[in-house]
Design a protein around this ligand. Structure first.
Ligand code: DAK
Length: 260
């Protein structure tokens, strides 16, 4: 499929999806949200893709938020539709059956911070800035920010960021657990590709089950979460990858996973 606002580059098991609207700091409009939905649906079934890297075009921004100019005139019904579109995209990414890494190359504000938080892992460039500045605009985070930020960094820190609208830099984001690591801007894509390649070399079914277990387990009490994890652990033994992975260990050779 051809995309007007996304660039997609697939190599070595990873798809780099670049939101390409640098003149507006990659602000999310309905076209980008619809194209992200289509792109993730396409990548889901692509066996050459083990991992997705999401980033923004240009040196300045990952995504500076939802498109304020497009949102300003919306009535309550249209705003609700826009919010549902955003939620659907972020849910698709969160539930995507392969890991998604956000390579945060500058501003990740509002909907941009929310988009990064829907990804499994965030690698930040030194110039990255994170924030939920919606209160400056008279609204609250509308794409799951109040939910995902508090789960990632805890209730107190999330409330401080959301109530003040303050931006934090990459090191502070790392310190509070919002970013997994910080790298020099020029090394960002290489760092993301290197992590994606490492993940792509593992058993794909095991990685998918691990993602499901972490995400679903966090929403359950420990008893149910434990049973869910045990069921997925058991299911691993129905895969060729489990037989191969354990046999390879016993043979003292690298495993050759097939994703079956
Ligand atoms: N939307 C539209 N255009 C944006 C934008 C945005 N979020 N952010 C930047 N731009 C545009 C600027 O208007 C400017 O366009 P031109 O004037 O050149 O045409 C261009 O990008 C470059 O930006 P600046 O000139 O402002 O660049 P600076 O370096 O001076 O400043 C900045 C960079 C990131 C600090 C600044 O651009 C800024 O503060 N941007 C807005 C950040 C922000 O407030 N983001 C949160 C957006 S609100 C909801 C669903 C979702 C949401 C809310 C409700 N429901 C429907 C319930 C989500 C809301 C948000 O994400």
């Amino acid at each position: 499929m051809n995309y007007s606002s996304l660039l997609i580059d697939i190599a070595d098991g990873a798809a780099v999806v670049t939101i390409n609207r640098p003149a507006a700091l990659n602000a999310l409009n309905a076209v980008i949200l619809e194209e992200l939905t289509a792109a993730f649906a396409e990548l889901k079934g692509n066996n050459a893709v083990a991992c997705v890297i999401l980033t923004g075009s240009g040196a300045k921004a990952f995504v500076a938020g939802a498109d304020i100019a497009a949102m300003q005139p919306l009535d309550a019904v249209a705003a609700g539709q826009f919010a549902r579109l955003g939620h659907a995209v972020l849910n698709d990414i969160e539930k995507f059956p392969k890991p998604v890494i956000a390579a945060v190359n500058g501003f990740a504000l509002g909907g941009g911070c929310e988009l990064a938080m829907a990804c499994d892992i965030r690698i930040a460039a030194e110039n990255a800035r994170f924030g939920q500045p919606e209160v400056n605009l008279g609204v609250i985070p509308g794409f799951g920010g109040t939910l995902r930020l508090s789960r990632l960094v805890g209730k107190g820190r999330a409330k401080e960021l959301i109530f003040t609208g303050d931006m934090i830099d990459a090191q502070e984001a790392y310190r509070i657990g919002l970013a997994n690591k910080v790298v020099a801007a020029e090394d960002l894509l290489a760092a993301a590709r290197s992590m994606a390649a490492k993940i792509a070399s593992k058993g794909p079914v095991a990685v998918r089950f691990a993602k499901e277990s972490v995400d679903n387990g966090l929403e359950m009490d420990l008893d149910r979460a434990g049973r869910f994890e045990a069921d997925l652990f058991g299911l691993c033994f129905a895969t060729a990858d489990q037989k191969e992975g354990m046999q390879a260990f016993l043979d003292k050779r690298p495993a050759k996973f097939t994703g079956r």
